[in-house]
Design a protein around this ligand. Sequence first.
Ligand code: CTP
Ligand code: MG
Length: 250
Amino acid sequence: MSDDSRPLPTPTRTAAVIPAAGRGVRLGPGAPKALRTLGGTPMLIHAVRALAASRAVSLVVVVAPPDGTAEVKSLLDAHALPDRTDFLVVPGGDSRQESVKLGLDALPPGHDIVLVHDAARPLVPVDTVDAVIEAVRDGAPAVVPALPLADTVKEVEPAVTTADPEPVVATPERARLRAVQTPQGFDRATLIRAHESVTENVTDDASMVEQLGLTVVVVPGHEEAFKVTRPLDLVLAEAVLARRRLNDGY
Ligand code: CTP
Ligand code: MG
């Protein structure tokens, strides 16, 4: 049969880029945020393990603080990580966007799906990672995990100084809003095109794909995928780890 000569379809391989090059200004003075510990383990290692826990992820690219690549490499060497996963470390840039771009530039060929995951979301459950990958495999060029909002959101005219009250411009209907998390998942070629063509500053990768006019879809996020941003988030992260240890004990 002529079909016999056709190459077998190659399975989709997934790589994860983890931007971890930020200082963590809002967390206060100290080591770069990704290197701070939670339950005695650096936040970055938690994040790497969370992504490598997905059997689909065969490569993790860590984008390290520019002066911290050697330290990040030795942290990866010092902590147990799955054998099936390869790791790369590259230095980051001045903005998250730049850091992600530097991570994408380091990707070897052969991975059709790329996840971008904040090191600052160390506790994302593997089911959320797998749900994002699954939705990209099903054909979406860009996928974001997200949750409904608890708070009502107001759009304001931002004040010049913090002392001034800010006039409210609009109140978007809360039921239509979602708080977006990571990992965000992409068809690799789409994400690379987005990073090459969108130049203005954005706070997430999916919005660059939106600017290309492509559809971005949302899958359910998870409350444990919250971003460690302010000191109180460290308290919450430690509590989540303590709860996991307790549950694992039974
Ligand atoms: N990030 C990065 N390179 C930068 C800035 C941010 O790789 N130049 C990464 C952070 O390390 C983090 C993720 O992007 O994992 C999300 O950014 P954010 O939570 O804002 O972290 P920081 O920028 O470090 O924190 P802050 O804004 O409070 O300084
Ligand atoms: Mg930041």
